[in-house]
Design a protein around this ligand. Sequence first.
Ligand SMILES: Nc1ncnc2c1ncn2[C@@H]1O[C@H](COP(=O)(O)OP(=O)(O)OP(=O)(O)O)[C@@H](O)[C@H]1O
Ligand SMILES: [Mg+2]
Length: 280
Amino acid sequence: MIKTENLTYQYPDGTKALKNVSVDGDRGNCIALIGENGAGKSTLMSALIGLIKPSEGGVFFKGEPLSYKKKDLYAFRKYIGLVIQESDKQVFYSGIYDDIAFALRNLGMDADEIDNRVKAAMKDTGITDIAERPVHYLSYGQKKRVAMAGVLAMKPGIILMDEPTLGLDPKSKAGVKNIIREALENGIKIILSSHDMDFIYEFCDYTYVLHHGQVLCEGETTLVFKNKEALETASLEEATMTRLERSLGIKGFRSIAALEAAVENQRKEVLANETGSSRN
Ligand SMILES: Nc1ncnc2c1ncn2[C@@H]1O[C@H](COP(=O)(O)OP(=O)(O)OP(=O)(O)O)[C@@H](O)[C@H]1O
Ligand SMILES: [Mg+2]
């Protein structure tokens, strides 16, 4: 549905942040953009949502080159939402409800529909109990959820998330993971950037490694994460599960939680068998 072809982007000061980047949103349901600081991940997200216009190459939506006319971008952004790295800059209304409703009101949506969508998005992001709090009192993690609620309320087909778990405590991180899980279950495509390799390994089926503004390598996450040379070049850590596969031969698990659940099940089976055989 969304892709870039040989996209090059140069900032006005001359920094070439992206060079000949081709990424295809149809490669997976949850796609990761990974790479060291300054690799070009956030710039690529800005290009994908049409906030910046490529210097060369292009962005394509449903097979057509993206149109940068105000009216066309407006229509495009009903299908694609972005949760930016700095939630402070995304959440700007003084009330949470109004902030989430902002884009829907701009679309001239019916008040009842807006109310339903805002309340559902608040519920999905777990912010219903802080709904009355002024936005400027919210913590970083709470603002992140409000930003996500604003994007979810639009019911887009694609959500771009730039560093969605950065700076979150374990509980908030689990909350964000649930939001992503649910979005994926509802058929929303997610393209995310993160330095959290375990998080990516758990959620993303396809991964692009960016390095100095170029695609260094791409492929199924399970394969890319085994590409030691690429990870080292891009200053990326090994994920816990690929390390366990390499060091202990434990294969086929995408997270510690999945491994723990399997071990627990096995333990229960052994116990049940022992109890059964001692009865016989
Ligand atoms: N507004 C700007 N003007 C000039 N150069 C910029 C601007 N924004 C970003 N850059 C440069 O573009 C390059 C890519 O930056 P970008 O923010 O896309 O990287 P990133 O992969 O998102 O990094 P991080 O992991 O730190 O978020 C960097 O060299 C950065 O310094
Ligand atoms: Mg970034």
